[in-house]
Design a binder for this molecule. Structure first.
Ligand code: SAM
Length: 304
């Protein structure tokens, strides 16, 4: 089962009140949403996910708590459009990015380099682009760019070479075939460190789901939806998504340097948002949840 990361910290920092209207952009298996729902008896929860399996499970889980929620089965890149159809502003927005443990563990989803499955990695099973297309059809240069950019993989070029060489003999069908090709494309010393396919699988997953682009777009929309005194909490799991969050938060909470010279800064020109902080999981959480290792929670509040 999925163990929610930084759960207490999120609940605390969302400043939930009995009548809060909250958006959970990444419902998953409902860990955060359940705790939110328990605290907003007169409020409302909107929860997004693009994965029908996760929604089916969470719908039952949330129904047992209360009925003041709606699950919106779409990509959170549609956040503003979907929320504006329902309400003008909300009190809190949460992102817990990436894939859930069940998505990783169910072999047929093809996310894991440990289990054999058809190459897939789509969070939304209706997406046209899957890992199979990328691995078998992208050019060597495109593959190398993705592995370098989204996996920060130093052997991107040799892995891309290995993939192109092997697929010229036969199409690459499964996760374990791909993991083996990656293993054989990197130096022996590198194979002894972490699993040599880890970064490449992350990179291909990001490309399949366009994860960085949709997150950046959605987070900017979230800033437009949040009420004064409302908060946005974001849990990231790798440096690429964390950097996007950090930069956006910094940009919207920093005073325009040209204004610093003014003796009095007009209220309407001061930043609308204030960074509350960033939190890493406690060691007690790391002891029982390996997934929390690379997690970081960033919090911002709309102040005017
Ligand atoms: C880490 S899990 C969330 C777990 C959840 N907070 C819990 O405690 O059970 C991330 C979920 O977000 C979903 N997701 C990721 N990116 C998404 C996107 N762009 N749009 C909609 N859902 C997304 C995934 O399908 C997955 O179910």
């Amino acid at each position: 089962m999925h163990k929610s990361v930084l759960l207490e910290e999120c609940i605390e920092n969302l400043n939930l009140k009995d009548d809060s209207v909250i958006v959970d952009c990444t419902l998953g298996y409902g860990g955060h949403s359940s705790e939110i729902l328990k605290k907003i008896n007169r409020g409302f929860l909107y929860a997004f996910d693009q994965d029908k399996d996760a929604i089916k499970y969470s719908l039952e889980r949330l129904k047992k708590i209360n009925n003041n929620f709606e699950i919106i089965n779409t990509n959170f890149v549609n956040l503003e459009k979907e929320i504006k159809k329902r309400v003008a502003e909300v009190d809190g927005i949460l992102y817990d990015l990436g894939v859930s443990s069940p998505q990783l563990d169910i072999d047929e989803r093809g996310f894991s380099f440990h289990n054999d499955a058809k190459l897939d990695m789509r969070m939304d099973k209706e997406n046209k682009l899957s890992a199979y297309e990328i691995v078998n059809n992208y050019s060597k240069q495109e593959l190398s760019n993705i592995l370098y950019k989204y996996g920060e993989e130093k052997y991107a070029s040799s892995i891309a070479n290995g993939i192109v060489k092997e697929r010229s003999k036969k199409t690459i069908e499964t996760t374990l075939e791909l993991a083996e090709i990656i293993k054989n494309s990197v130096p022996a010393k590198y194979r002894r460190e972490k699993h040599p396919a880890r970064k490449s699988f992350q990179a291909i997953r990001i490309e399949v789901n366009k994860e960085l682009d949709v997150f950046e777009s959605s987070l900017k929309q979230a800033l437009n939806l949040i009420k004064v005194h409302g908060r946005i909490c974001v849990i990231t799991f790798h440096s690429l998504e964390d950097r996007i969050c950090k930069n956006i938060f910094k940009e919207v909470s920093t005073l325009d340097p040209n204004l610093k010279k003014l003796p009095i800064i007009p209220e309407e020109l001061k930043p609308k948002y204030k960074i509350i902080g960033s939190i890493k999981p406690k060691t007690t959480e790391l002891d029982y949840n390996n997934r929390a290792r690379s997690a970081k929670l960033r919090i911002i509040e709309r102040v005017r």
